[in-house]
Design a protein. Structure first.
Ligand code: DON
Length: 568
């Protein structure tokens, strides 16, 4: 008889336990449906959500729907995203459980340089950095849409672009957010005749409900439908763009456009409470920051703590992740981002060791600033189709209407994504974010993003979420993920009162309903500075599939009235 050493015996025991465990997981999983059978889309505009379902009904999958939703948003929500901007689409393909991020982030033009926004006295010229063609990086959205359609979709690009072309030609009614943002940006838009003609028809902010049509944008989209990315990056449209940008003081060239490249990036993965998080890698800072924060938080079991204690620990995690964002993150093709260190549980353990339970850690390692503006733009949508394919996409022109600059004859505004670079070491950008070498301006480099499209994968539930909001994207997605972990669904994540800390400025910024007066006092007693704002932020859209019950749910943030979540 074979003799079994105690070690062998325990190995065998371990093997048996593992075998039984995997049998259990297999059995429970196979009890659950392997596809949702229904599709859910939640986006920032009802016409975009409808367009996604229209394309699904024609036999398209989630990726075709993503092309339709993105392109309709590029028409109806130019405050936030468009073909003059960029996007990150995070995909899950159900047939082989493949996850990938399509990086359609803008690239700096070849003539860009480190000091391009500095005045003679060395200060940053904020107007140049955010308004007008010099603020615009080379757009990536069109190349990304083609990449999605060709490599992941079932329908031709031209078919998925149809709703956008139709809406651009026939027009769409002005809605509350568009109306308000036009009022807010009217002065800047007026600097450029083409943007004025498109968005201030009759020379003034249009009335609510007035129909805006963008026939020139419809023409450009038709060209893309016919020729793919070449219809935008080479040929007549490209020539028009380059000539228009240069005539107004910009630095784009034909080579910049022709040389735009989409990248497929391996997502960041994090694990929390038995779920796997799949989220945005660099050139976004979001995934790494979220992974780092979850790693710091997991051993605390924050869901079991009282509100003040939980908030304190979540804020301390935010503070540390945002410090690392400023120091270490940038385009990985240009800067050696220490990704594996930042998302390692051991690294988080080191950071956790410096967190006191009853006292805030002051962010005094870098000079603080005090001019954080409110983030209200960029767009996010979440899709799951009946086969279980998923898309989390965040799209942007950066701040409201991007640079507000429009090349005559095109119908779309150009982004001001160059401001997502650090224009000067330690100098805050539009979101009060600071950066150093990792995110300095370099030709053809991608500016660091906070966009954090995220998937949560579990045996019992899967979820898709994200939001706009500049630097606050990261903290909003973290709060959404923690809310999912607490057992709640999309209706709850999108409604949740939000708070945020980004290392500098060293304060918690909170929505009006985030804390009671007593909770604010308790946080202050721990040494936190708390600023309760008189406004809300973000525009989160999420979907969830409960594999146990088969239920598919979706929700759109009520902070904006145009959003729509539809399960069909
Ligand atoms: O990529 C980024 O991080 C920014 N351009 C996102 C801007 C944004 O979310 C604006 N919304 N408030």
């Amino acid at each position: 008889m074979e003799e079994i050493s105690p070690i062998d015996g325990s190995r065998r025991g371990l093997k048996t336990t593992l075998y039984l465990l995997s049998l259990f997981v297999y059995c429970t999983q196979s009890l659950y449906a392997d596809h949702p059978g229904k599709a859910a889309i939640a986006s920032a505009h009802y016409l975009a959500t409808e367009a996604g379902h229209e394309v699904l009904a024609q036999g398209g999958n989630a990726f075709d729907a993503a092309v339709a939703v993105s392109s309709v948003l590029a028409v109806v929500e130019q405050t936030s995203s468009g073909i003059g901007g960029g996007a990150l689409w995070l995909l899950h393909r159900a047939s082989d459980n493949h996850e990938v991020m399509i990086d359609g982030r803008e690239m700096a033009p070849a003539a860009a340089h480190k000091d391009m926004y500095l005045n003679a006295d060395g200060s940053v010229n904020r107007d140049l950095a955010v308004n007008g063609p010099l603020a615009a990086a080379i757009p990536g959205e069109v190349a990304g849409l083609e990449h999605l359609a060709v490599n992941y979709g079932k329908l031709p690009l031209a078919q998925s672009l149809k709703p956008a072309i139709r809406i651009a030609r026939e027009g769409f009614p002005v809605y509350t957010k568009l109306f308000r943002m036009l009022e807010y940006k009217e002065k800047v838009i007026r600097r450029w005749p083409a943007a004025t003609k498109a968005f201030l028809p009759a020379g003034k902010v249009p009335e609510m409900g007035q129909i805006i049509s963008l026939p020139e944008l419809a023409d450009v989209l038709e060209k893309i439908a016919g020729e793919g990315r070449d219809g935008f990056y080479t040929g007549a449209v490209a020539q028009k763009l380059v000539a228009g940008v240069r005539a107004a003081g910009g630095i784009w060239s034909m080579e910049d456009l022709a040389g735009y490249v989409v990248k497929e990036r391996k997502p960041v993965r994090a694990h929390y409470a038995g779920y796997e998080l799949v989220t945005a890698p660099p050139p976004s800072s979001g995934g790494i920051a979220i992974a780092e924060m979850l790693n710091i938080l997991e051993p605390y079991h924050v869901e079991k703590l009282g509100k003040v204690q939980r908030t304190h620990l979540v804020v301390e995690a935010m503070r540390r992740a945002f410090r690392d964002r400023a120091l270490y993150l940038g385009d990985p093709d240009f800067y050696p981002v220490p990704q594996s260190m930042l998302i390692a549980p051991d690294y988080a353990a080191g950071l956790r060791a410096g967190i006191m339970f009853d006292k805030a850690t002051p962010s005094d390692m870098l000079p603080g600033r005090d001019n954080l503006p409110d983030g209200t733009d960029t767009s996010h949508f979440s899709i799951i189709d009946s086969a279980g394919n998923m898309v989390a996409a965040t799209l942007t022109v950066n701040t409201i209407f991007g640079s507000s600059f429009m090349v005559p004859g095109t119908g779309f505004v150009l982004n001001n994504e160059m401001d997502d670079f650090s224009a000067k070491p330690g100098e805050p950008n539009a979101y009060g974010l600071i950066g150093f070498t990792a995110n300095e301006i370099q030709p053809k480099k991608r500016p660091l993003s906070s966009m954090s499209p995220t998937l949560i994968l579990g045996a019992d539930k899967v979820a898709v979420l994200g939001t706009p909001g500049g630097s606050r994207i990261i903290s909003m997605v973290l709060l959404g993920v923690l809310d999912f972990m607490a057992g709640n669904g999309p209706q709850s994540w999108v409604k949740l009162p939000r708070y945020h800390h980004q290392f500098l400025p060293d304060r918690i910024s909170a929505e009006p309903d985030a804390f009671t007066a007593e909770e604010v006092l308790a946080l202050q007693a721990m040494g936190h500075s708390v600023e309760v704002r008189n406004r809300c932020w973000g525009n989160m859209h999420g979907v969830m599939w409960d594999r146990k019950t088969g239920e598919v749910t979706a929700a759109s943030d009520a902070r904006s009235d145009a959003g729509r979540a539809i399960v069909r």
